[in-house]
Design a binder for this molecule. Structure first.
Ligand code: GDP
Ligand code: GDP
Length: 462
């Protein structure tokens, strides 16, 4: 199984140069049907051990100036829709232009996974442009020189975890994507939640503000495993992640502190820690939001926790430096109260206290990660859901805007990771948010899905 990467960006940034480098002589397919402009090139790409399909949005030079903007937009949108991952390329020598901003906007709205590359980055003349690229809010730019073949290792590092995730998705999630109303899925009643396997580690990101203790925590986990398993046993590390068997669970930990150090741009620390946290969140299945017990739930913590929820990740809140706290009982009560008040969207997510320094609480953290992952994978059968829905409707009937009651007819779980549900109803557009919230909260309670993001779609019947 492979995935599709689209290289997008304005003309002349170096897309074709990279395309040619990735494809070499393996150009497989050119869009040359009669009447179709040859504006999307597709080829079989190779990067170290990765094999994938690459799409290049070349051929725009031919357009006259008036239509360029519009064509560029349409072409990019088409490429984005075809691709699993977009590589957004900017020119580090010219810096960020308004056209680049327009692309960033399209990608933020439309694309699932976006990698940012600052090309033509050979030599010091590109430094300013690379730093500039951080401002696009798409995470750490990969310093690339397509022409000189530099930075391909960083591209590889960023693609690899995605490639893993897509391979996994293709083999296991495919039947989840569509809602089949005739399906009788009562048979999956006892289907166990999917467990991470040897071949595919659980992807965990440790995120949090600078100095929360992310590096200390990760080093402590590695240290303890080494004590058990011997030096370096089973631990592999690259610039953004490390793979480890933590208490027998294969995990890939994304180390956002490490990513930040790599950037070495001191004055932009605050901004960076948010954007590289963002990247880690996109890679992860479970996000551990690490707080400093002395200053918990600061604005930045809330933002990253909210982001993890919106991205649909399983979330664990870990409160670090618990060794310093004197009145632990009171403090814990305070924390739980603040958690409920400030992050209602994550109600029920595990909150654990740890000390990265002494190692206390790491067992609890390990357990909480597995539990959160489990809930995130939960599946409820259609029969159970519809019995439940009947009860919910009786208890609290849906509203009747303009005297016409909204009818909820049928409900099914369309996906897991996180759990997503579809309700077939009349007038889905008139359904007030409060009623959706009532259903989501009910699902949480009655099917034991605390803390995980739950998606609920109302769909009209045609
Ligand atoms: P596209 O329009 O985005 O596909 O851009 P091209 O790949 O056609 O490249 C535009 C120009 O930039 C060409 O003259 C390339 O030789 C040049 N170019 C591409 N990559 C690099 C690079 O890494 N460094 C430098 N200095 N020039 C590059
Ligand atoms: P990062 O920026 O999130 O990676 O934070 P670091 O791991 O670099 O830790 C920041 C500071 O907090 C360092 O001085 C650590 O020694 C300290 N620290 C980290 N974890 C703990 C802990 O559990 N207890 C105490 N007392 N200090 C800690």
């Amino acid at each position: 199984m492979t995935f599709t990467l689209a290289i997008v960006g304005r003309p002349n940034v170096g897309k074709s140069t990279l395309f040619n480098r990735l494809v070499g002589k393996r150009l497989a397919l050119v869009d040359d049907q009669p009447g179709v402009t040859r504006d999307l090139r597709e080829g079989a790409a190779r990067l170290a051990d990765l094999r994938f399909t690459v799409i290049d949005t070349a051929g725009l030079e031919d357009a006259n100036d008036d239509s360029l903007q519009g064509r560029m937009r349409r072409l990019t949108e088409r490429a984005v829709d075809m691709a699993d991952v977009c590589l957004f390329m900017v020119d580090a020598r010219t810096g960020i232009t308004p056209t680049d901003e327009m692309f960033a906007e399209i990608l933020r709205k439309r694309a699932g996974h976006v990698l940012l590359a600052a090309n033509k980055a050979e030599g010091a003349a590109a430094d300013a442009g690379v730093i500039d690229a951080w401002g696009l809010g798409l995470g750490e730019p990969i310093r690339l020189s397509a022409e000189h073949g530099e930075g391909l290792n960083d591209l590889y590092t960023q693609l690899m975890p995605l490639a893993d995730a897509f391979a996994e998705r293709a083999s296991e999630d495919a039947p989840d994507t569509d809602v089949d109303l005739d399906e009788d899925d009562d048979t999956d009643e006892a289907a166990p939640a999917r467990k991470p396997t040897k071949s595919r580690p659980l992807q965990v990101a440790v995120v949090g503000r600078p100095n929360a203790g992310k590096s200390t925590l990760i080093n402590r986990i590695i240290g303890e495993e080494r004590l058990l398993t011997g030096p370096e046993a089973g631990i592999t590390r690259d610039s953004i992640s490390l793979q480890i068997d933590w208490q027998g669970t294969p995990m890939r930990l994304f180390d956002t502190a490490g990513m930040r150090r790599k950037a070495k741009v001191q004055e932009k620390l605050e901004k960076l820690s948010v954007s590289d946290g963002l990247r880690a969140v996109k890679f992860a299945e479970v996000v551990v939001v690490l707080l400093d017990a002395a200053i918990p739930f600061e604005q930045q913590d809330l933002r990253i926790a909210d982001l993890a929820e919106r991205e649909g990740r399983a979330v664990v809140i870990a409160v670090n430096k618990w060794d310093i706290e004197e009145d632990k009982q009171d403090k814990l009560r305070e924390l739980k109260e603040a958690f409920e008040r400030l992050l209602p969207q994550l109600r029920g997510a595990p909150l654990v206290t740890v000390s990265a320094k002494t190692g206390r609480g790491l067992d609890r953290l390990h357990g909480a990660i597995l539990r959160a992952y489990d809930v995130w994978n939960r599946r409820v059968t259609t029969a159970q859901l519809n019995r439940w829905l009947t009860g919910m409707l009786e208890q609290h009937p849906p509203p009747a805007p303009q005297g016409k009651r909204i009818k909820l007819r049928y409900m099914t779980q369309a996906k897991t990771r996180p759990p997503g549900f579809v309700v077939m109803c009349s007038h889905p557009d008139k359904m007030p948010d409060s009623y959706s919230r009532y259903l989501v909260n009910g699902l949480r309670e009655d099917f034991d899905m605390p803390g995980t993001p739950i998606r609920l779609h109302m769909r009209g019947q045609s």
